[in-house]
Design a protein around this ligand. Structure first.
Ligand code: HEM
Length: 476
């Protein structure tokens, strides 16, 4: 059998490089290919075929049904901060140890205390900004970013060691490094020669930013080690209080630990902040949904015995609908296979890049009624998403995988449960405290710019502007 259909192959460069190699151009090219050829298409990245899948049942068959085969990652040049992460590790024993370590830490960690603290701080900083802003108008994205980043920094490095200026410095370095990496590289769509050509002009800046990042993170790790020595817990008798504690117990080298801390912060903070901003933008745009959410929160807080245990809180439905409609990652990280696989009459050759259209799957009209409409009710009883959860293991059937914002199968995001908790608790508190009102209206129609800025994480093109009014019930 032959490869799935696609763009004609152009020797050396491959099909992607007929237009500038950005994630926006990747989406445009893939959109055209799927329209012409269906849900499984081939794109050439140099001499390697890259196969893209945009239907949930095929994603289920490959990522869950043939889980071990599709859990491989393509080999990478493994340089810089990402060199020793879980995401870049080959599917094998090192990956399993590191992944289990992260998952068990997240399952046992006390996340509620630090989360409530950082949400409280966020609410306070929004109050200050609203009081200063003309007509209470606020651009909340930087405050959301800071709150989410500091929460994950507490989980990563421990609350004892993080001074505010260090936090701001670290956040700046993350932003700088991310602005310098060539994003398509993360999908393994850059032939080596092109990677070199693209990295050459920015190499020195990237090297210097990574060096500063290494210095600051090794400083934090050293401080953590000293703290453990002071409390007499170098041997690790007590439960780990932050991610670094678990890494120290694994006896890893400095480069490995720095890389894993980078991954923890990088995988967690930008995705979660981006999702939070999209959710709040949707609530500004749909004032009726915000009102319904507020009513649900109020009813639940006074207790309502008539609700059944399976009844999903409306806030969860809102978060799921936003993740379906605006998944922060429009594609997964690159997968590959360890053998030739026959798929619907086509061949997926061993070693080819395999990836999935997360946004396409969430917006597929075959799975979702009026997929472009923002309607959280579809996740409530009787709706087409009532059995769907954000965390798509798919083990309970392919219908639970009608969307996969966190991936699926063995490589699915290990932070999905925590991300859902952060999003729900943040949204609930932000709506409890403030009415999120629109700034721009045309007649009675609310205007919010919902256009996307494609990237490794697809953010809002125009940061949200909103008028924040403290709710009457909440005023002292
Ligand atoms: C809204 C927030 C988040 C979204 C949308 C998200 C999404 C994703 C996606 C799509 C993948 C790729 C899965 C694949 O390639 O098959 C992934 C992997 C990963 N995520 Fe997340 N993530 C989020 C939050 C987090 C958090 C909070 C953490 C950690 C605290 C985390 C840690 C990771 C790691 C370590 C991987 C690599 C897993 C592996 O290769 O085995 N993520 N995430």
């Amino acid at each position: 059998s032959s490869l799935p259909p696609g763009h004609p192959r152009i020797p050396l460069l491959g099909s992607l490089f007929t237009s500038p190699p950005t994630i926006a151009s990747l989406s445009t090219i893939l959109g055209r290919l799927h329209d012409t050829h269906g849900p499984v298409v081939t794109l050439w990245a140099g001499s390697k075929p890259a196969i893209f899948i945009a239907r949930h049942d095929i994603a289920h068959r490959t990522l869950v049904g043939m889980g071990a085969t599709f859990a491989q990652r393509p080999p990478s040049l493994s340089y810089g901060v990402n060199g020793y992460g879980i995401n870049s590790a080959a599917y094998g024993s090192r990956w399993a140890v590191l992944r289990r370590n992260l998952s068990s830490y997240l399952a046992a960690a006390d996340t509620s205390g630090p989360l409530c603290l950082s949400v409280d701080r966020l609410v306070k900083s929004l109050e200050v900004a609203a009081a200063k802003g003309v007509d209470c108008v606020v651009v909340p994205s930087d405050m959301l970013r800071h709150a989410v980043f500091s929460f994950f920094a507490t989980l990563c490095f421990g609350e004892e060691d993080m001074a505010d200026d260090v936090l701001v410095h670290l956040r700046g370095l993350h932003a700088e490094i991310l602005s310098l990496v060539v994003q398509l590289d993360a999908f393994h769509l850059m032939p080596v020669l092109l990677q070199l050509a693209y990295y050459f002009p920015r190499w020195w800046k990237l090297f210097s930013a990574q060096k500063k990042h290494h210095a600051i993170v090794t400083g934090l790790i050293r401080a953590r080690r000293r703290w453990l020595e002071n409390v007499g817990d170098v041997g690790g008798g007590a439960a780990p209080r932050c991610y670094v504690d678990t890494l120290l117990r694994l006896g890893l080298g400095d480069h490995e630990m720095v890389s894993l801390c980078w991954e923890f912060m990088n995988a967690a903070a930008k995705t979660t902040t981006t999702a939070l901003e999209w959710i709040m933008a949707r609530l500004v745009l749909h004032q009726d949904i915000q009102q319904k959410l507020w009513n649900d929160i109020a009813t639940r807080s006074v207790g309502n015995n008539q609700r059944t245990r399976s009844d999903r809180p409306f806030v969860e439905a809102v978060v799921l609908e936003a993740l379906r409609r605006h998944p922060p990652a429009h594609y997964l990280l690159a997968h590959t296979t360890d053998r030739d696989v026959s798929l619907d009459g086509y061949m997926v050759p061993k070693g080819s890049v395999v990836n999935y259209g997360v946004a396409d799957i969430g917006r597929d009209a075959a799975s979702w009624v009026e997929p472009d409409v923002f309607r959280p009710e579809r996740f409530l009883e009787g709706g087409e998403g009532s059995i769907v959860h954000g965390i798509a293991s798919g083990s309970s059937g392919r219908e639970t995988m009608k969307m996969m914002p966190f991936g699926a199968g063995r490589r699915a995001c290990p932070g999905a449960g925590l991300a859902m908790k952060v999003l729900q608790l943040s949204v609930e508190n932000l709506v409890k405290r403030f009415e999120w009102k629109p700034v721009g209206c045309v007649g009675k129609k609310v205007e919010v710019d919902m256009s996307e800025r494609p990237g490794l994480v697809t953010e809002m093109r125009t940061p949200l502007r909103t008028r924040l009014v403290v709710r009457k019930q909440e005023q002292d």
